[in-house]
Design a protein around this ligand. Structure first.
Ligand code: BGC
Length: 269
């Protein structure tokens, strides 16, 4: 079977940079019409640059501003996409931020900001996408499923992370959000899964790879001995959105070079 997302409309939140940009490129290369969402005017140029790479390579898409933590902006985003393209076939709930702090010094603003984007944002986008999937129904020429949602979680869905309590809590919660949606809408033929990346080389974690010392220290946590790239995640996202993975729903797929095998136990325990 060919891996094709031809003519499917894919909304990828937070895709003006990092993992989201990689997913947008991979999905566009597989034939999807991609909606490159960016959060604020400051990231518009980056979104335009991602779109240019895609159109230069023969793909198609648009850029669309919306802060996913704001209900009215998410509702408007989906209205705009549906008005322009008729529907939405794929949602990649990717937008995510970190606001790291020692737990006793973590402010409510830091907590709320991370939960707002990473968790509430995924709730709001999933709700709007599922409403549209149910309204539209299955379109056999495009996919045997009625719609696909991919949550971008993290290895920190299961690995606790000191000084990142807000982030780890948001990712742990995404697992239950994802599995509950897979359960609730399986009968409607809507597939819902999570991708759980390990260390992927983007700006969110540049303090873990920008010097050779930092990179070496990071690699002690990764049995496969390399840092991940956005395309690693993009390839998996294409598979999970395609009919090749039609029997996969309610799954968290870890893509981490073995980080979740707990490498630090390889010599002891
Ligand atoms: C975080 C990165 C981190 C990686 C592995 C990701 O979810 O955003 O900052 O490098 O997990 O710890």
């Amino acid at each position: 079977m060919e891996v094709s997302l031809k003519n499917q409309v894919a909304v990828i939140t937070g895709s003006s940079s990092g993992i989201g940009a990689g997913i947008a490129q991979s999905m566009a290369a597989a034939g999807a019409i991609v909606v490159i969402n960016f959060p604020n005017d400051g990231s518009k140029e980056k979104a335009e640059a991602v779109l240019k790479v895609i159109t230069d390579a023969g793909g198609s898409g648009i850029i669309a501003r919306a802060d996913v933590s704001k209900e009215d902006e998410v509702v408007e985003l989906f209205q705009q996409v549906i008005a322009q393209f008729g529907t939405v076939d794929i949602l990649v709930n990717n937008a995510g931020i970190q606001k790291d702090a020692k737990f006793t010094e973590m402010t409510l603003d830091q907590w709320n900001a991370v939960i707002g984007v990473n968790l509430t944002g995924q709730f709001l986008c999933a709700r709007e996408a599922i409403k549209e999937f149910l309204r539209r129904g299955i379109v056999p020429e495009k996919s045997v499923a009625c719609g696909k949602i991919i949550h971008i979680s993290s290895v920190h869905e299961i690995i606790p992370w000191s000084t990142h309590a807000n982030y780890a809590a948001s990712k742990g919660a995404i697992r239950m959000l994802m599995q509950t949606l897979a359960q609730e809408f399986g009968g409607d033929k809507i597939r819902v899964n999570s991708i759980c990346p390990g260390a992927i080389q983007t700006s969110i974690n540049k303090n873990a790879w920008q010097t050779p010392q930092e990179l070496n220290s990071l690699l002690t946590l990764i049995p496969y001995n390399r840092i991940g790239q956005p395309q690693d995640i993009g390839d998996l996202a294409v598979f999970l959105a395609s009919d090749l993975s039609d029997y996969i729903t309610g799954a968290s797929i870890f893509i981490d070079g073995g980080m979740t095998t707990f490498e630090s136990f390889s010599t002891g325990g």
